[in-house]
Design a protein around this ligand. Structure first.
Ligand SMILES: NC(=O)c1ccc[n+]([C@@H]2O[C@H](COP(=O)([O-])OP(=O)(O)OC[C@H]3O[C@@H](n4cnc5c(N)ncnc54)[C@H](OP(=O)(O)O)[C@@H]3O)[C@@H](O)[C@H]2O)c1
Length: 258
């Protein structure tokens, strides 16, 4: 029997790389996707893996035809994956009083939302025809309520949550599970520059183990770590007047256009 196959974007760093490593530890094969092909190939070589363990696909999530082509290429070379995880994402602060930040917002939405749609697209029909598979979107607790200075990211991750929910219902009758994972703060290059407090910060390998467990269980949505899940549930029902006061003075994600 061939080992289960994971197609994963954002595989050159952070959460994506940690989940890829954990997948192989559990006996699986990989299709790794990101822009930095050399980085991924060097990492695969450092693990001592051959092409039977992992293949590398270079694609920019903002280039939708290229991302769809990577998915089709994977099906042709390695077969239809058992699990597809869209982990590629960027997090950049914005101040929309500054017109230049509209382009930052565009980059965030193209990467985090359109890139996710193009990641899933080639697999939806074949998985539904096979009547088995998992499509996994990496959202964020920042998508549950809007964070100041983070309008682009919060908008994109709220979009991920709703997008995956739509797909989840659409795929329900076809044996395909759509799983949304909403990380809290995970220790990766994406969070290392943050100047504000990050409660319940979790190492990426621990996150990866819990995320793959949730994916295997086929849950609809899981917040990791669980303490953030409790906070997220409270945030959802908190009245605006309390929420606004609680987050108004919070530190903001750095911008790139200053
Ligand atoms: N770390 C956290 O605390 C946290 C919390 C909530 C949600 N998340 C989400 O988790 C996901 C992964 O984040 P991370 O912490 O692992 O960040 P990271 O270490 O910065 O990794 C980001 C990954 O996304 C890829 N990527 C970015 N832009 C891309 C593009 N245009 N095309 C293709 N790939 C692209 C990068 O690869 P290349 O640069 O090689 O293309 C890299 O592999 C993101 O969706 C993020 O929003 C993270």
């Amino acid at each position: 029997m061939t080992a289960p196959l994971l197609f994963i974007t954002g595989a050159s760093s952070g959460i994506g790389q940690a989940m890829a490593l954990e997948w192989v530890r559990r006996g699986g094969r990989l299709a790794l996707v990101a822009r930095r092909g050399d980085e991924m190939r060097a990492w695969v070589a450092a693990q001592g893996w051959g092409t039977d363990h992992a293949e590398v696909y270079v694609a920019d999530a903002r280039d939708l035809p290229a991302m769809c082509a990577a998915g089709r290429d994977c099906i042709a070379r390695q077969g239809l994956p058992d699990v597809v995880i869209a982990s590629a994402g960027i997090s950049v602060g914005v101040d929309l009083g500054d017109e230049a930040d509209l382009e930052v917002l565009r980059a965030v939405v193209e990467t985090n939302n359109l890139g996710m749609a193009a990641t899933f697209q080639p697999f939806i029909k074949p998985m539904c025809e096979r009547r088995a598979g998992r499509l996994v979107g990496i959202a964020s607790v920042a998508g549950i309520r809007g964070l100041p200075g983070h309008a682009a990211y919060s908008m994109s991750k709220a979009g991920v949550i709703s997008f995956c929910e739509s797909l989840r219902v659409e795929c329900r009758g076809f044996g395909v599970r759509v799983v949304t994972i909403a990380p809290g703060y995970i220790d990766t290059p994406l969070t290392r520059g943050n100047s504000y407090s990050m409660p319940f910060l979790m190492p990426a390998d621990k996150f990866a183990r819990q995320a793959l467990d949730a994916i295997a269980a086929g849950v609809g949505m899981r917040v990791i770590p669980w303490q953030m899940g409790v906070l997220a549930r409270a945030l959802r029902i908190l009245p605006n007047w309390i929420y606004d006061r609680a987050v108004a003075g919070r530190g903001r994600k750095a911008r790139t256009t200053q």
